[in-house]
Design a protein around this ligand. Structure first.
Ligand SMILES: [Zn+2]
Length: 820
């Protein structure tokens, strides 16, 4: 793939960027200095109108192609380019984009940026490659609107207000309806950034309120939300940010290098969050914690904040040379978030979520032919967007880092990190640079171990060939029916905790032995036993009829993480039963018997003395109880319903709403009104989720009509809506059909990175021949489309394998459930 850095190496951008959010126009002058090393110089520039180009002060001819601006016959050496351009604000949450929210009957307009992975060049011409690090001096020129926040990576150095344009005329700004909206403009001049990549530049303009604190190391942290939210809902994220920065300062050896950190929750946001240096942006649901937020929300916000802030070092201070090493950023941040949150809130037992969530996701995904490796070549620009496979680049990579950290020990690992940051700060690296920095502190070769896992897909299934796995054989584990061939991952040792990215194929005696001594196992050993068994039954190595008796053995268990995996086993059983069939009633009865005693014991309502574990345990059990259609308890939950959401027990609010919608489907109309009106994302989604669980045909139609209704459900949330509806047997096939019929719209509204998610989600859940055919019919035509090709291939393999497994083991599984 052509790299524009091979022609010109930028050192400093002076970017004078004007934005009129009222007519959506942008205009600017970028002045960029650097060294020309090829007589043809190219800049990335997409969706921009180039007006003039100057080289060393002299206007020159230029050409434009689809994605580049080309300037020929440039003399080599130090050169200054000045490019005058204009453009439009995007509305698809990429580049520099417009976002809106309703406040007191008015539409508030926000301008924000999302430049990762390669969307800076939709805002201004630049060498939009991570290795092209430069200093940025940004000046934003905007209509002067009272009480607006205008922030960027660095603090504001100077502001200048003007009532006249340079030629003496008075300034007036009008909106599209011709209404006067401002009669001044303001220039915000920001301090120069450190040397950094284009994808990390950011700015946000609009009406927000926030809170500022200074952490113990003197960094000023301000966290903002839009005016529709209670300003107190930023306090939790502010606090986590302050403590996370201290944690990383203490462990990484290089203190946070900027004077300030801003965090903003944006009403429209494509990803979960973005680690722009000094100005982290978030989806509202990933940052806001209101007084009514559940424990689950607090944890996920804490992890997200800690993740983004670890990127201030890993990603921002030291950056991958090219996108093939994106995992260096993401794998690291995805494990560091757990270490940081564990240090700040040990009572969260946060690592349990890592084992039951990330590790399981990585093991599921990494077991299909065609899955990407953690380190992935990028040959074409379209492939960059497809790299963000969360189960691989994030979850598997994080698991590999955990394996490495545990083999080295935390203190030794950090010593290597300190060296790494000191050597490579403000520079770019490849994976080997990290392994070399860690090597002096490891008793093995980090490079060799990590390459074996990062350069190829998959992981081994290990069979004991001696005592306690001192000798073992290994094969690549596959879930798609492919042949599992001998493999040679260099594993220094096999342990039965959750450290290693492999699974154990225990013999029946070994399995029984551990099961009989279950209480004596550590939590991680318990989880491994269940996770490995779950995968092995899916692969066909062991028949799935063992699942039903196995899950039932845990009916007296109290650990929420174990129940999480027991629920996984039930989920595994569900695929063998047709929705709403007579057989499925048996499975529902089975599920009821599984949870009934435990739920009776702990009760439905949160008690004052309940600890975090108890709250999680109840949540796990109630989810199964809903599946069991346990009318008795659904009625009890329904009695706790209150029209005012603040009067319901917040930890079981979602369950109460689902019970209400189950027993009284007409309530869904009210839920949708509340979804639209309530600002708190946590509460809002409880209503939407409950509405989408409705079993009544007529009400289900109303939910389906929300797909593509971007006024009601924002583009950023349409994927969630699809997931909710696809999970509901009443709306499943119609939701799938809607996506097929409206694919062009989905593409336009969703942003490139989330397109992949549709075939991935369907691949994860579909289980009938009918769905398989539909999948092949529709997505099969996209095999050449690099943005979705891989997700389509894996999705098809996954559904096919599942359909075949059901045909093979189905009858036996049903018999086993009947017997209990
Ligand atoms: Zn990240």
């Amino acid at each position: 793939m052509e790299r524009l850095l091979d022609y010109f190496v930028p050192e400093k951008y002076v970017l004078d960027f004007g934005i009129n959010k009222f007519n959506k126009k942008t205009f600017g002058v970028v002045n960029v200095n650097g060294e020309v090393i090829n007589e043809t110089v190219k800049f990335h520039a997409v969706k921009l109108n180039i007006r003039q180009v100057f080289v060393n002060g002299k206007e020159v001819e230029y050409e434009t192609e689809e994605e580049t601006l080309i300037i020929n016959n440039v003399a080599l050496g130090e050169t200054e380019f000045v490019i005058v351009f204009d453009g439009l604000l995007n509305e698809n949450m990429e580049g520099v984009y417009l976002s809106t929210y309703d406040y007191n009957g008015e539409i508030e307009r926000i301008v924000a940026t999302q430049f990762e992975s390669h969307y800076a060049h939709e805002a201004f011409p630049c060498i939009d490659e991570p290795e092209a690090k430069a200093v940025f001096e940004l000046k934003l020129t905007v209509p002067e609107v009272e009480d607006e926040v205008v922030i960027s990576n660095m603090p504001v150095a100077q502001t200048k207000k003007h009532t006249k344009v340079p030629d003496g005329k008075h300034v007036v700004f009008y909106d599209n309806e011709g209404k006067k909206v401002a009669d001044k403009y303001c220039e915000y001049i920001f301090e120069p950034t450190p040397r950094m990549s284009t994808y990390l530049l950011a700015w946000v303009i609009g009406k927000f309120h926030g809170k500022t604190i200074t952490n113990e190391h003197g960094v000023e942290i301000t966290t903002y939300c839009s005016l529709v939210h209670d300003v107190d809902s930023v306090i939790f994220a502010n606090e986590i940010a302050a403590r996370s920065l201290e944690f990383y300062d203490d462990n990484f050896g290089v203190p946070y290098p900027l004077k300030k950190l801003d965090q903003v929750a944006l009403p429209d946001f494509e990803a979960g969050a973005m680690e722009n240096w000094g100005l982290v942006t978030y989806r509202e649901s990933m940052m806001l914690v209101s007084a009514d937020a559940t424990l689950g929300t607090k944890k996920s916000v804490a992890l997200t904040v800690a993740h983004e802030l670890s990127h201030q070092w890993f990603g921002d201070l030291v950056t991958m040379k090219w996108w093939d090493d994106l995992w260096l950023n993401e794998s690291f941040a995805s494990v560091m978030e757990y270490y940081a949150v564990d240090a700040i809130h040990p009572e969260f037992n946060i690592f349990e979520g890592f084992f039951t969530g990330d590790c399981q996701a990585a093991l599921n995904r990494d077991a299909y032919s065609g899955v990407q490796s953690v380190h992935q070549e990028v040959r074409k620009p379209e492939e960059i967007a497809t790299l963000f496979d969360s189960a691989i680049v994030y979850a598997k990579g994080a698991r590999l880092m955990l394996m490495l950290i545990r083999l080295m020990g935390w203190d030794s690992f950090c010593k290597g990190l300190v060296d790494y940051f000191n050597e490579f700060k403000y520079k770019n690296t490849v994976g080997d640079d990290l392994w070399e920095s860690l090597k002096p502190y490891a008793s093995f070769e980090p490079r060799k171990l990590m390459h074996a896992f990062t350069d190829r897909p998959g992981y081994p299934v290990i069979t004991n060939e001696g005592d306690d796995f001192r000798e073992f054989s290994q094969k690549r584990f596959l879930l798609d029916g492919g042949e599992m061939t001998e493999s040679d991952w260099p594993l220094p040792k096999i342990t039965e905790d959750m450290s290693g990215h492999y699974i154990l194929n225990l013999s029946e005696e070994e399995f029984e032995d551990r099961l009989n001594n279950f209480d004596k196992l550590g939590l991680e050993e318990k989880l491994r036993l269940l996770i490995d068994r779950d995968l092995i039954t899916k692969s066909g190595l062991v028949s799935a009829d063992c699942l039903a008796p196995l899950a039932m053995k845990f009916k007296n268990e109290s650990a929420p993480a174990v129940w999480n995996k027991v629920a996984g086993l039930v989920g595994n059983l569900k695929i063998y039963f047709d929705d709403e069939s007579k057989d499925e009633k048996l499975l529902k009865k089975y599920t009821f018997n599984l949870i009934n005693d435990k739920l009776d014991e702990i009760g439905l309502v949160t008690r004052d003395d309940d600890d975090e574990d108890m709250i999680r345990l109840r949540a796990n059990l109630l989810a199964l109880d809903y599946y069991a259609e346990d009318e008795g308890r659904l009625k009890l939950l329904d009695e706790m319903y209150d029209d005012d959401y603040m009067k319901m027990d917040k930890e079981i609010r979602g369950d109460i709403l689902c019970a209400k919608a189950y027993l009284e489907p007409e309530i869904v109309d009210e839920f949708l009104v509340k979804y639209k009106e309530i600002a708190d994302p946590d509460v809002k989604f409880d209503y939407l989720f409950a509405a989408c669980s409705v079993r009544d045909e007529k009400q289900a139609e109303k939910l389906l009509a929300l797909m593509g209704d971007y006024k009601m459900v924002k583009p950023q949330d349409q994927l969630y809506l699809f997931v909710y509806l696809y999970r509901n047997p009443k709306t499943r096939m119609q939701a799938f059909e809607w996506v097929c019929d409206n694919w062009e719209l989905v593409k336009k509204m969703g942003g490139e990175k989330s397109l992949n998610d549709y075939p991935t989600i369907i691949g994860r859940l579909a289980r009938t021949r009918e769905e398989l055919e539909k999948f092949v019919d529709f997505f099969g035509t996209m095999r050449e489309d690099l943005v979705v090709a891989r997700a389509v291939e894996i999705g098809e393999n996954e559904i096919r394998a599942r359909v075949e497994l059901i045909e093979k083991d189905g009858e036996r599984v049903k018999e086993a459930v009947k017997k209990i």
